[in-house]
Design a protein around this ligand. Structure first.
Ligand code: CP
Length: 312
């Protein structure tokens, strides 16, 4: 693997899931593969799970890890040809090359601004690192994608499915803040590559990028969609058409135990209790959120292993 910036960088998802499950049984079986290799993790935004699980994954492979909260470093310029006489101090061209002197792999977390759709879609920051760094790039959640979360979720579904072809639902949830589309996008893309029946349910007007949802059934009736589901992934996203806005905070879309019944509950975390999902669901045995968070380590570890195997 040359990089991991979207789920499509995986050639065969079934194989990689099997390898991740095998790694989980013995996380130290490749403890020397990353010896004398360094992962530099760059955070433009906050993180709990991604930061800790990716560092743990790298250390399980014997790598050294350096973390930089980018907002504490020099402010970066991403536009080409800019006269840098205002707030930005260092151009990505130098910064990416400099970081490449210290890193064998660079991992980047950078959220969208949810103001300019085209700019977010262009993934200017992630793509600038891909363009100017001389080492592979790992996406730790970008403007439009969270492929490490998508892979962890796929591992979780494969591990815990009871039916050969489970019914999986992605259900929109209310949230007081405008949130990105990245988790939903990567979940949909990943599930499209698995043997599952996927349906998306959300209020009218919350349609995601049609390039991503193409071929997936959308049902505006949440209760009917969730009936007989095996896995229900609950996630808020802000409006995609009226970009970055919140059209509905309809609390009826909050996931309840009554609605969920015996289905397994999934969420990437962090989650706002009794806004996105009620306590009874999160505190029940059907909640998979901790299992998903644990699988973040093995998703990152299998991806890092594949990238290390391809280093020059
Ligand atoms: N799910 C997830 O990416 O969590 P963090 O934002 O805490 O990294």
């Amino acid at each position: 693997m040359k990089k991991y910036t979207c789920i499509n960088d995986i050639n065969n998802i079934s194989d990689i899931i099997k390898e991740a499950i095998d790694l989980k049984k013995n996380p130290f079986q490749y403890e020397n593969i990353g010896k004398h290799k360094t992962l530099v993790m760059l955070f433009f935004n906050s993180s709990l799970r991604t930061r800790l699980s990716t560092e743990k994954a790298a250390k399980n492979l014997g790598m050294q890890v350096m973390v930089l909260n980018v907002n504490e470093a020099w402010s970066l310029e991403f536009d080409d040809g800019t006269i840098m006489e205002f707030n930005t101090t260092e151009h990505i061209k130098e910064a990416a090359m400099v970081i490449s002197q210290y890193a064998d792999i660079i991992a980047v977390r950078v959220f969208p601004n949810l103001i300019n759709k085209q700019k977010d879609k262009s993934e200017i920051i992630l793509n600038s690192f891909i363009k100017y760094a001389s080492v592979p790039i790992l996406n730790m959640e970008s403007a439009t994608a969270h492929p490490l979360q998508g892979l962890a979720d796929a591992i979780t579904v494969e591990e815990l499915k009871v039916n050969k072809r489970p019914k999986v639902v992605l259900s929109w949830a209310p949230h007081p803040k405008a949130l990105p589309h990245s988790v939903a996008n990567s979940f949909i893309k990943t599930m499209k590559n698995l043997a599952v029946d996927l349906t998306i349910t959300h209020p009218k007007g919350y349609e995601l990028d049609s390039d991503i949802t193409k071929g997936v059934h959308i049902n505006y009736n949440q209760a009917a969609t969730i009936e007989n589901a095996d896995f229900v992934y609950v996630k808020n996203w802000s409006n995609y058409t009226d970009y970055g806005n919140i059209l509905s905070e309809d609390s009826k879309w909050m996931m309840t135990q009554e609605m969920l019944r015996n289905a397994k509950f999934m969420h990437c975390l962090p989650v706002r209790r009794n806004v996105v999902v009620e306590d009874a669901v999160l505190d029940s045995d059907n909640s998979l959120v901790i299992h998903q968070a644990n699988n973040r380590t093995y998703a990152a570890q299998i991806v890092l292993k594949k990238i290390i195997e391809n280093l020059d």
